[in-house]
Ligand binder design. Sequence first.
Ligand SMILES: NC(=O)c1ccc[n+]([C@@H]2O[C@H](COP(=O)([O-])OP(=O)(O)OC[C@H]3O[C@@H](n4cnc5c(N)ncnc54)[C@H](O)[C@@H]3O)[C@@H](O)[C@H]2O)c1
Length: 276
Amino acid sequence: MEDFKGKVAVITGAASGIGKALARHCVAQGMNVAIADLYLEGLSALAQELETQGAQVVSASVDVSDMAAMQAFAERCVAELGAVSLLFNNAGILQVGQTWEHTAGEWEKILSVNVMGVVNGLTAFVPGMIAAGMPAQIVNTGSVGSLVAAPGMAQYTACKMAVRGITESLAYDLAAAGPHIDVSLLCPGPVSTPISDGLLGIAAGSEESAANVRMMEEQPDFITADECAARVFKAIRERRFWIFTHPFSEYYRRNSAAIADGINPVFTDVVFDEGL
Ligand SMILES: NC(=O)c1ccc[n+]([C@@H]2O[C@H](COP(=O)([O-])OP(=O)(O)OC[C@H]3O[C@@H](n4cnc5c(N)ncnc54)[C@H](O)[C@@H]3O)[C@@H](O)[C@H]2O)c1
């Protein structure tokens, strides 16, 4: 997709971080947006901000893990805004800990949001996007963890590797059933957002949360959510399947080569090719 003006974008997890920055970029390109989240204070502040800039906005309290709620959201988006051109399945949560320590309930929670949330987004929106027949783009949010596992991250890695598999299959399926729809897997490196608030017991929207994000912004490896969104839009224009926000190609190449050669996994921190 290259022409965004007047088109419709849907963003889940839009009230914070990367989702909020994507919604702002969509509106800056002249798009109308449907934004969904469970953090309602952040969502209504964003809706107000975007409407002030002249966008039509559908704002909805939707749990992405709830299929019926996602279906109702999709119907409302199309009824109020028209056919969807850009779908960002972005909502996600982070959980860390030793592989054997997570409870069944914790597994269910993270899988229902990070994996089924993406699946529900696809189930709710893709049939309408195929039927509309207009050029469109789906961006599912994975992570560096979609390609490489890390210690203490079994749950997150399981989810993000699943999203990678789903997204690659989706691209193959749509190449046959909906060739007007491009598909991307967004694999962000470190982005300064409040994603770790839940782990740290920090309230969403608090001064502590903002201070934590500012601290991340000072780290050399982090990019801001706004910079992440700018890189995503560049990749969309270039019709890239793999959206890498950071230059990790040597790191990925080394890991893929080790698998192909049957070498046992040895974890190393991500290695940057060059500066950001
Ligand atoms: N920040 C990073 O460094 C980073 C790196 C790789 C991948 N990601 C991924 O990017 C995506 C966005 O993360 P972020 O960093 O902007 O985090 P964030 O916490 O700032 O934003 C995530 C948003 O999703 C919402 N959300 C959570 N559960 C939901 C649910 N069940 N239904 C609807 N909304 C829900 C939250 O309320 C929040 O507003 C996630 O999928 C995350 O895994 C982030």
